[in-house]
Design a protein around this ligand. Sequence first.
Ligand SMILES: Nc1ncnc2c1ncn2[C@@H]1O[C@H](COP(=O)(O)OP(=O)(O)OP(=O)(O)O)[C@@H](O)[C@H]1O
Ligand SMILES: [Mg+2]
Length: 282
Amino acid sequence: MDCCFMFGRRSQHAVEGDDGEHSVKVFSYNELRKATQDFSGANKIGEGGFGSVFRGMLKDGTLIAVKVLSATSRQGVREFLTELTAISDIKHENLVTLVGCCAEGSHRILVYNYLEKNSLSQTLLGSGYSSIQFNWRARVKIAVGVARGLAFLHEEIRPHIIHRDIKASNILLDKDLTPKISDFGLARLLPANATHVSTRVAGTLGYLAPEYAIRGQVTKKSDIYSYGVLLLEIVSGRCNTNTRLPCEDQFLLEKVSSTYLQAFIDNLNTKWCQLHTEATIP
Ligand SMILES: Nc1ncnc2c1ncn2[C@@H]1O[C@H](COP(=O)(O)OP(=O)(O)OP(=O)(O)O)[C@@H](O)[C@H]1O
Ligand SMILES: [Mg+2]
């Protein structure tokens, strides 16, 4: 059985809130256990700093991605649901939709729409086989879509949301290769001393703006910096860090900020011109 966790006094599960409009769907643990076939290894689709992610199917056939959080058990149910209610209200074509959550006992689980084409880090930048053809049109669509999603978080949501962890694995693709930003608004779900990231600030090495990495100063600009790194990855089709390459080639940023920059920009200009020509052919 599932239910809706409502703000306001209308619901049986009511808590004090700003208004009665917001709701987040609450799944029982059993329901998610069934949907993922007992969180079976076969259904595991990924593992991030927040915990493991499983593919699942609800009784009505809806495909879901179930993210089992590992470090939030100390957060109370009410606090957890309050944080999530704010996120679940956010809808945009370029943002992953939060379908609901589970907060039973010590379980803290997030349920998202399942994105069948996986993340950019696996498909565009991954070393394994991917059947997706990332032509320039697709890359531009992805780059522009991510920018739209980010601008929505930065400019339209009240209060604004700074993502803090824009990177290829947080860009998921639907069947039409429409990009969807995931994991926005999650920073506050983790206790301060249990941040999942590879640095003490919430973010991922390689994508961190210098002022954020050094002083922990978070602004919209740090997201834009990360977006810039992502853009380089989208254009070049390679990961920003690849330690298997010779030393001088390992860091994409170093390459583009050195003598390669001009050639890189020239190449980019040529591709854009090609794309523009393609786009204007009737
Ligand atoms: N809604 C979803 N639909 C399809 N696959 C998903 C979905 N959410 C996550 N995944 C898959 O699970 C993987 C792990 O996601 P998760 O967000 O837990 O970790 P991450 O993004 O790799 O790292 P981090 O925890 O630092 O954000 C993703 O790379 C993606 O392959
Ligand atoms: Mg993620």
